[in-house]
Design a protein around this ligand. Sequence first.
Ligand SMILES: [Zn+2]
Length: 292
Amino acid sequence: MPSLDVFLSTPWLLYLTVLFVSLCIGSFLNVVILRLPKMMHQEWRCQCQEFLEVPEGERKSEETVTLSRPASTCPSCGHRIRPWENIPVVSYLFLRGKCSNCKTRISPRYPLIEAITAVFSLITVWLLGPSAGTLWALALVWALIALTMIDFDTQLLPDNITLPLMWLGLVLNYFGYLTDFTSAFWGAVAGYLSLWSVYWLFKLVTGKEGMGHGDFKLLAAIGAWLGWQLLPAVVLLSSLVGAIVGISLMVFRKHGREVPIPFGPYLAAAGLLSLWFGDEILFGWYAWLGVG
Ligand SMILES: [Zn+2]
């Protein structure tokens, strides 16, 4: 594709486009992070009521939430957010972080997620270099950001994101965008089975559930995108970061050991680091093992 080549070989055009697109995607991720868990709860409630054969009249009626409906409003005064108040990062700064109608503070989390999405996307293009594979890799970065925040908020890793992410990784690597297909295929298999085995071992020994099924699917997706070779690094990095954060939470905030700490954000962070520094990680790994 000649037009794609021109685009990729014009740095200012590439970075500027990635900046604008990823800011808008960040704004969309805010909606996904907020609404997808609500949509899942709604669906579960609906299924439970159907299963329990609750009569139509006794079912709890509620306004259906989708990604596009209802329109975004201020949670305090119900003021409908106008398009110019919805420009990523810029509107927040312009409104000085307050609702234009009732002056209630808007959480800085929204512009932060938009900014992080843009910064991570630019870093990805910078580190991986301009190629079609890099543009596809942005989809992985965006999905990991959404999954991290949803898991952080709700301890859920929605199948609606993890499963399509895994399939997309397999399809892209069928065409060799980020790794070869064999590595991607065994990456998905090993990613799922490794955590699945840990889960059952932990359950047999302690009788408790140590992690959610979403974690297996997320590691399968990461394996499908990056290949099985990087999985040991992903698991090691996420356990290390998880252990450090977990222990410091217990020490500093008297976080009980029974309070579940979501593992998804650590897996996602390790997946992102492995996407960025995969070659360096593998090189170090092979040097340490004395092969290659
Ligand atoms: Zn308001």
